[in-house]
Design a binder for this molecule. Sequence first.
Ligand code: KG4
Ligand code: ZN
Length: 342
Amino acid sequence: MNKLKKTLFSNKHIELDKNSLIMAIESSCDETACAIVKGGREVVANVVASQIKIHEEYGGVIPEIAAREHLEAINVVINETFKQAGVSGKDITAFAGTVGPGLVGCLLVGLNAAKTLALVYDKPFIGVNHLNAHLAANFIDTELEPPFISLLVSGGHTQIIKVDSYSDLNIIGETIDDAVGEAYDKVARLIGLPYPGGPKLDKLAQEGNPFAFKLPQAKVGGYDFSFSGLKTAVLRLVKSFDEKEIPTKDICASFQECVSETLYKKVKSAINETKYKQVVLAGGVAANSEIRKKIFSLKDEGFLVYAPAMKYCTDNASMVAAAAYFFNNTFDDVNVEVFSRA
Ligand code: KG4
Ligand code: ZN
């Protein structure tokens, strides 16, 4: 794919091709990440410094602490990426950074670093939407091309997106309250698991009986979702047991069954209606064992199903570089400002 890009900063056209090297930075939440990706699909270097250990203590991400940690980590992470790739700034075709949505203080650190690199090396700058980046994780090491239906499940978002082309992305359904990752983290906290509870809940669920308790699947119209009622139902269920006798594994498994079945049904109706042949799973929660299993079962019905490798599901910068390469980003201007909400 060849693509013309013009950035206001450099005021020149660049052509992206299979040999283009994009260096991207991601710092929207609690991961400071930098990567270099060739031709949008081949990861040359991928470095992630996670702050999970620091936020674990507080049971969630504290924005001010997260921003300071990004400041501490950013230069180390960038240098490590150059070192692992064996290239320097002058070899990079364009620099990219996450613009939003995310925590403003956190985004500022990574975005300013990416803009500075572009200025120093006199290269174009490409601003990327974090949600597009999660989708773009599916371009890494694959030959995926639009059109496809995507289920994006992360800590902050739950959306079904119709991707008709690299410049035509339409959200056809989303959550009206909690995001899936948020529901996982809240239910995990309720049963005493440390932050971020999602992956730990997933592990326990695999040892429990998914049909032990029947939990409510919210009836929301179209392709929209709601998970706050389910969270309350789990709270009620947990409280109905003596503290020492809570069947944690069965509750986790039943919750996971309810969430994954709800997501599966909506995706199924979206592909049935749109007649798309390709299904793409994306976002941090795409690492979930049961959601992956149910969405991948669509293969048996003749669909092509994609999900990123585990390390590209949660926040990383390779997906940002892939999004910078493939999508027609609207922030290709070095003056772009960060934003917190989609
Ligand atoms: O995409 P992401 O890194 O952050 C946002 O952009 O929001 O996703 C993080 C979310 C957290 O809520 C985390 O608990 C959840 O993804 N998560 C999982 C699993 N792995 C990560 N949730 C359920 N099962 C998992 N295996
Ligand atoms: Zn994310």
